[in-house]
Design a protein around this ligand. Sequence first.
Ligand code: SF4
Ligand code: SF4
Ligand code: FES
Length: 354
Amino acid sequence: MGTKRQFRIWRGDESGGDLQDYTVEVNEGEVVLDVIHRLQATDAPDLACRWNCKAGKCGSCSMEINGKPRLSCMTRMSTFEDNETVTVTPLRTFPIIRDLVTDVSFNYEKARETPAFAPPADLAPGEYRMQQVDVERSQEFRKCIECYLCQNVCHVIRDHEENKQAFSGPRFFIRAAELDMHPLDAKTDRKEYAQSEMGLGFCNITKCCTEVCPEHIKITDNGIIPMKERVVDRRYDPLVWLGSKIFRRGQVPQTSVTSEHHSGGAGSAQSGVHSHAGGSHDARSEAQAQKGVNWHRQVPHPTTPPLDANGKLPLTELTFDKAAAPSPFGDDVTFPLPPEHLNFAHPQQDQPKH
Ligand code: SF4
Ligand code: SF4
Ligand code: FES
């Protein structure tokens, strides 16, 4: 037999809203998402909430529960006192769509802006080889379920809409760190890119992002701080500084990057391209890396799904003639994506197959 518990849930849309009180039955072993589902089945059939897996793996059910960003499907009701009112509000950093559903497009835009993995030009798909230790190092970051709780809690953008353009956020810092640690990534200026284009310098290592990560990724200790250290090492390394004075701008001594390879030379040493010693401004390495990568591609901007006369998302089951909900990329996107919309094009992809 369940017990009655008090809930306060934010109801409203982009034009405003407030907290509404509900008394709802809670049974042993239930999580907050179960209670929201019960409310939808009883007192609040129009309560909007996003979820998919109910297993802590899809990252959809992010919300703020008693002020803390959490996955509602992983928050047990037993963690609250019996007489405690549970307050549920939407993620604060992103625009409200309705009730507990926010528009997290910001994160998809930042994902699109992050340069993709760029394997060396002289390796064909299927020839990539990595040491197990390198696999394990980046494996931690691959656990990310893109729940965006870290993005939501980061004070740089939480109440500062004006910072969003210049700041990609912790989720994408660990993506940059992961690629920076990747021995086969030919784009050697990940940390410089993170600093100059992703707003790494805005982060003052408060570790709030790490605290809320449901995958327990050490975002700051293992991702952000090592990248910041390498940026500083590179900028204040006296040898690099001296080299930049002696050599022309954009070139560094060949102790950190080699230029033994020649474009397209089979078996040429690509160590300049792979180097993680901080050498990122070797012009030839850069040109080689860019050969297979279309960094400045034009990609179609995501289109929002159509809203009804009230400015609300229509109920897909009632109004769409297709089997599934509309694609967040819009209906005019064909798959597979045309090559000009990909941010990695293998150099050999246009060669005729034998
Ligand atoms: S450590 Fe940096 S990225 Fe993480 S929440 Fe703090 S400021 Fe944001
Ligand atoms: S790093 Fe953690 S908190 Fe951030 S999006 Fe990934 S899983 Fe969520
Ligand atoms: S519903 Fe998938 S993580 Fe909560």
